[in-house]
Design a protein around this ligand. Sequence first.
Ligand SMILES: Cc1ncc(COP(=O)(O)O)c(C=O)c1O
Length: 361
Amino acid sequence: MRVSNFNGGPGALPVEVLEEAARDMLDWNGTGMSIMENTHRSKKVMAMAKEAEADFRDLLGLDEDEWAVVFCQGGASLQFAMIALNFAGPGGRCDYVNTGLWSTKAYKEAQICGAKPRLAASSEEDDFTYIPDAFDFDHEAKYIYITTNNTVRGTQWKKFPHNAPAPLVADMSSELLSRPIDTEPFGLIYGGAQKNVGPAGVTVVAMRRSFADKARLDVPSMMSYPIYIKNDSMYNTPPVWGIYMCGLTFKWLKNTVGGLSNMAAINKAKAEALYRAIDNSDGFYRGTARQCSRSTMNVTYRLPSEELEKRFKKEASQNGLEGLGGHRSVGGIRASLYNAVTQEDVNKLIEFMVEFQHKNG
Ligand SMILES: Cc1ncc(COP(=O)(O)O)c(C=O)c1O
C-alpha cells in the first residue's frame, strides 16, 4: 500500500510516472533492455533526452534560441560551486541573498572557489522566517544569487526583483515546475530533481545563452556550462535514468495536469488548506514562517513541545503519513507538498492533525 509521502526530498513522484517506468523497466522503447542498459549514444536515448529538454522548455516557456537547458550531476550542491566558478571566478564579485541553509552553503562555496561573494540582503537576524524585500545590490556583481524556495525554513519568494543590476541566478530545487515563473530577471535557474521532478542524481539547469556566453573557460570540463551546452549534456555518460524519469514527469505535468498554471492552482489549494488548519488550531500548531513568505511547497510548524512532536511523527507514520520530520538542523514538523502530493494526502494529514490535537491539546 502506498503511503502519503511528505518527505522533504527525495520526495513523492506521481504514481502514473512510476507505473510507466515500471512498464518500461525490462524493455524500453522496443530496445529489449531497460533504459539504464542502453548506450547514451544511441539515437533513441539521445532523442529521449532531447524530448525531455523540449518539454521542460515548453513548461516554463523558455525559447530555445534564448535559453539552453542542460542536465548535470553532483546534485544542487555542485551548482553552488559551478555557478561561482563559471560566472565569478577568482576575485569575481557576486551578490547573495541569504534566506537559509542552502543559500548560506552556496555563499560559502563561492568563497571556496575564490570569488568575492557579498550579501545583498539576509533574513538571518530573524531566524530566516521571511524573504527580504529590500536589497543592497553591488553594481559590479556578475550575478545575484537567490534560493526561491527554502526547503528547511518553509519560505518562498512571491515576487522577484526586476531592477537588479545583474541577472538573477536561482536555486529552485524545492519548487521547480510547481508554478509558472516570470523568467525575465533570471540568467540561470536550476533544481536538483529529487523534490519535484524526478530521482536524485540529475540536476536540471536552464540558462540564458547570452549569460552562458559570459562563462569563464578556465573551468574543469565537468563543471563548465559551455561544455555541457556544446555536448548536449553528453560530454561524459549522463544520468540517463534520471533524465528519463524527469522526462516522464514533464509529460505528466503537460498532459495529465495540463501545465504549470494548473499545477500552481492545485499546489496553492493544498497549502492553503494546511495553513488554515494550522491557523485554526488555537496555537496548538504554530507555523514557523511569516505569513507573507509562507511556502506552498514546504509547510513548517511546531507543536507545544518536542515530546509532542515526537509522538506526532510516530502516530502519523502509524496512520500512513510519512516524512513529516523537520530538517535535522531545525527540528519541528515539515510537510512537503510537492507536485505529486495530492489534495487527498493533505486532507488525511489535516484530519490526523485535528484528531491529534483533540487527544493532546
Ligand atoms: C533548496 C535546496 N538547495 C539545495 C539542496 C541540496 O541538494 P543536493 O542534495 O541535491 O545537493 C537542497 C536539498 O534539500 C535544497 O532543498
